[in-house]
Ligand binder design. Structure first.
Ligand code: TRP
Length: 77
């Protein structure tokens, strides 16, 4: 993997409910979904920003840990 300045950052997502989606979005001029990982309650995904992935969307209730913040994603009801 190319050593882009932002490419080695890790993100940890821990699902608080079943069916949390972790969606990878492409790097470059068009931003598209390229991967959708479904997590059930308690499951953890450890991911990096890469040459192919510039953004990550989390849908559902989860704890998200990054070097800049620890936060919860929520579903508004
Ligand atoms: N093939 C993807 C990539 O190397 C895998 C990936 C990395 C990914 N980080 C991600 C998928 C975050 C979803 C979310 O970029």
């Amino acid at each position: 993997m190319k050593n882009l300045s932002n490419s080695s950052d890790y993100i940890i997502i821990k699902a608080i409910e079943d069916g949390v989606n972790v969606i990878g979005l492409t790097r470059g001029s068009d931003t598209k979904f390229h991967h959708n990982e479904k997590l059930d309650k308690g499951e953890v995904m450890i991911a990096q920003f890469t040459e192919h992935t510039s953004a990550i969307k989390v849908r559902g209730e989860a704890k998200i840990y990054t070097s800049i913040a620890e936060l919860n994603s929520e579903i508004s009801k």
